[in-house]
Design a protein around this ligand. Structure first.
Ligand SMILES: [Zn+2]
Length: 105
């Protein structure tokens, strides 16, 4: 009688798309000032594909996952171009004339 039916431990990632109503700005221009966009709960994001508004609790989690992924990507980009002095030297050599030939010493 043991079935694995419990709650999902891994939160499903919902693909997000820019809110078409406010174009991702999270606000819409009102008569006097910007108003929070109703179509996306003022987040600027809706579910991709369905265009569905996510409720706030779901939104916070999804935005966090998106932010984490973005931060990971930034970290990777920061680390990627500096694999070590030797590799850097070789890269510069291959690139040849024209580029900044900074050898570090
Ligand atoms: Zn919106």
């Amino acid at each position: 009688m043991r079935k694995s039916h419990g709650p999902a431990f891994k939160k499903a990632v919902i693909e997000l798309a820019r809110c078409p109503a406010c174009r991702g700005r999270a606000v819409v221009t009102g008569v006097f000032h910007d108003l929070p966009c109703n179509s996306c709960n003022a987040s600027g994001w809706v579910a991709a594909g369905t265009g569905e508004t996510l409720d706030l609790a779901e939104l916070v989690t999804q935005l966090n996952m998106k932010l984490q992924a973005a931060l990971r990507k930034i970290e990777q980009m920061k680390n990627a171009p500096a694999p070590g002095p030797e590799a850097q030297y070789q890269t510069n050599n291959r690139r040849g004339a024209g580029g900044t030939n900074y050898t570090g010493d």
